[in-house]
Design a binder for this molecule. Structure first.
Ligand code: IVH
Length: 694
């Protein structure tokens, strides 16, 4: 967000005009077309900035400013319904301090801070008002702009959780309000169904039906269908959270009101809780922060209400928001920020991967200044440009990703990007193999590749050198002490003590770790060499065939292909590697140093970090192939699972993860991104708890 306090009035005028037009554009996409281009937290950010400007320069407020109304005017497709009592919105709190401030303000008006509070999950669906007369459902409407909504009665009749007739004694006429939503699983199934229809439509040469972006849009789109039979086929549900207006007496508390409505036949959320005070509310919010992924519907926060409804009138409203309620919003998993530039990372095998350098932004509670961009094709497809305002996403423990640019915020100064013609680390001309989408640096002595190579060589599953992690690998390379992997075995304690921060004990430990690594089994050593296409599983096959490290110097591509599980590409890669003089030199020096394992079978020294665990991999991984990830699991003593079940210990997710991630969230299975997974197999984390049965 721009620094509003430093703006001149002129700048503020320009910016507020721009924001109004952008917000109105997004309002139309969201409220009228159910086709938003930006995620809700990004929209909130734009609104907050406009509010901040209008707060500082009230003379700039215009009557048509989006801050002066909620939602959008109803669409003309449906009849208009005037709400007898307007449907308002809720203030938001993002921090504990804001929540306390809300509580303090309410306490001042109540005259005491000893009031009870209810909490309910804030479901991400659409607000609907239902009118009942003589116990029968007569009218249902969307919120619209709060005063006037759309009459969607016939569509709502198809939702089974909306009672058509009520039971027991009910007021003559009244209105209830609640949220119509679609479950996450229902949404997946529905989109899958549309996908199937599209295969058929494609065959018939018809246009594909659009897929919905998320359950909220799917719910809104489904409620506003012209044909109620289409709505009837959609998995919609509704929870009632409020009594709107009512002819006749009503209970004095919110929780009793909900119980009363439930007795009439309405569905009310069983997760509603009554709390003696704010401290108890904090606990519930923390609990929701951890548990919300387990729910089968999306929630974006927790709604707090004063339980005593007699206080509601006394407390009243600020603008369109009641003082007697507020919403605590979870930290957004998506934010926008500026993409400063796109840089390229050079991997161990020379593959070039672009990544985004961002203006730092807090996403899901962590500061993000870099995010993955996958590959050049992905950047093209999403039309991501340097200088763009981009949406950055972090879900669970997944590596931050750039979702895409916010096109409506383009200034025209953004720069299109393409892969550099030369390797950013060594300047060698970049190559691209026909069969592979990736670009790579063909220079085997490229310093970036060498550092990554050393990092790989010393890692768990490879030579597993204790005390030699990524940072140390870099330090050694930088100091000219580890020009290649074999040079690690030339290191002396004196060499190490000359490095900043390394004392006698540290040096002795490291030397001991290096000595111990000479005993690693052959598959680990072959894997450690980092030969392209040789993951742990291939290294195991190769070890059985070779029997010794020295035998690698005599390999022949044709013979290698006789090994089951090794095809022509892998065989050529191994033979090619073994022919290069610099590689032959490494093998010889390793053997001279006593790295000469004859043990052809992999053994885990102390059980391995994944001993007894079942791990499932899903999505597109950045720094390793699927096969390599699976080999790391096996090398760590774990089992590779195909599907997420109750017995899955954790799920490793890459980009564009789909149903497995959904399933893991439903089961509460732990989710790790690639980096966390690497740390775990490298022994950086003590243990992974088995899945709880809760
Ligand atoms: S109470 C005066 N309770 O959140 C407003 N709202 O801006 C009273 N929402 O669109 C609203 N779950 O549809 C309330 N348990 C809940 C809710 C809830 C979701 C939505 C509501 C509205 C927005 C508030």
């Amino acid at each position: 967000m721009a620094d509003v306090s430093a703006m001149t009035q002129y700048e503020a005028r320009l910016r507020s005009e721009e924001l109004r037009s952008v917000i109105n554009y997004h309002n139309r996409l969201y409220y009228e077309l159910d086709r938003p281009e930006i995620p809700d937290p990004v929209y909130d950010e734009l609104m907050n900035e406009l509010r901040a400007i209008e707060g500082r320069f009230p003379e700039l407020i215009t009557p048509d400013s989006p801050t002066q109304r909620t939602g959008a005017a109803p669409l003309t497709t449906f009849d208009v319904v005037e709400h007898r009592v307007p449907l308002l919105s809720l203030s938001n709190c993002f921090t504990e301090a804001e929540l306390q401030a809300w509580h303090r303000r309410a306490a001042e008006r109540v005259g005491s801070d000893a009031f009870q509070i209810t909490t309910e999950p804030k479901i991400d669906g659409l607000a609907i008002a239902l009118v009942y007369e003589k116990g029968r459902f007569v009218q249902g409407a969307t919120r619209g702009d709060g005063f006037r909504g759309e009459n969607v009665t016939e569509n709502l009749r198809t939702i089974t959780t909306i009672p058509k007739t009520l039971t027991g004694e009910v007021p003559e006429q009244f209105e209830v309000r609640g949220e119509v939503y679609m479950s996450k699983s229902g949404f997946e199934l529905m989109n899958a169904g549309i996908g199937e229809q599209n295969i058929e439509r494609d065959r018939q040469g018809r246009r594909p039906l659009p897929l919905y972006a998320n359950p909220r849009n799917a719910a809104a789109g489904s409620v506003r269908q012209k044909d109620p039979s289409v709505t009837a086929g959609r998995p919609l549900a509704m929870y009632i959270y409020q009594l709107g207006w009512c002819d006749g007496p009503r209970p004095d508390s919110h929780h009793e009101t909900l119980q009363w409505l439930a007795a009439m036949g309405f569905a009310v959320n069983p997760e509603m809780r009554l709390h003696p005070g704010l401290e108890d509310v904090h606990k519930r919010i923390d609990w929701w922060g951890q548990q919300r992924e387990r729910l089968d519907y999306d929630i974006d926060g927790v709604v707090l209400k004063l339980d005593d409804t007699r206080e509601w009138d006394r407390l009243g409203y600020v603008g369109r928001e009641p003082r007697w309620a507020t919403a605590f919003k979870f930290p957004p998993q998506q934010r926008t920020t500026r993409l400063r530039k796109i840089e390229v990372n050079v991997g161990r095998t020379g593959v070039l991967t672009p990544f985004a350098v961002l203006e730092p932004v807090v996403v899901g509670g962590a500061t993000v200044s870099m995010a993955t961009l996958h590959n050049e094709g992905d950047i093209r497809r999403k039309d991501i440009r340097e200088g763009d305002t981009v949406i950055v996403q972090r879900a669970g423990e997944v590596i931050p990703q750039v979702v895409g640019p916010v096109l409506s915020l383009r200034t025209g100064e953004e720069r299109e990007w393409s892969m550099p013609a030369e390797c950013p680390a060594c300047g060698t001309a970049v190559s691209r193999e026909e069969s592979e989408a990736a670009y790579y640096c063909p220079n085997g002595s490229c310093p970036a590749q060498q550092i990554r190579m050393i990092e790989h060589f010393v890692s768990r599953g490879a030579m597993d050198i204790e005390g030699l992690g990524e940072r140390m690998a870099y330090t050694l390379f930088d100091a000219g002490l580890a020009t290649d992997v074999a040079a690690i075995y030339d290191l002396t304690a004196d060499n190490l003590m000359a490095l900043p921060g390394i004392k006698e004990k540290g040096a002795a430990n490291l030397i001991r770790g290096i000595e111990a690594s000479k005993q690693r089994p052959l598959p680990n050593v072959l894997f450690a060499l980092g030969i392209r296409h040789v993951g742990f599983e291939t290294a195991r096959l190769l070890a059985e065939h070779l029997g010794s490290l020295e035998a690698l110097l005599q390999v022949d591509a044709e013979k290698l292909q006789e090994i089951g599980g090794i095809g022509p590409v892998v065989a050529a890669s191994i033979a090619g590697w073994a022919q290069r003089p610099e590689n032959r030199d490494i093998v010889r020096r390793l053997v001279e140093h006593g790295v000469n394992p004859t043990q052809a079978r992999a053994v885990s020294a102390n059980g391995g970090p994944l001993e007894g665990l079942t791990v499932v991999v899903t999505g597109r991984l950045e720094t390793m192939s699927r096969g390599e990830a699976e080999e790391l699991i096996r090398a760590g003593g774990g089992k590779v699972g195909n599907a997420v079940t109750k017995g899955t210990s954790f799920l490793v997710v890459g980009a564009d993860a789909g149903s497995k991630l959904v399933k893991a969230q439903q089961l509460g299975t732990r989710v790790l991104d690639e980096e966390a997974f690497r740390r775990l197999v490298a022994g950086g984390e003590e243990s992974v708890e088995p899945p709880s049965s809760a």
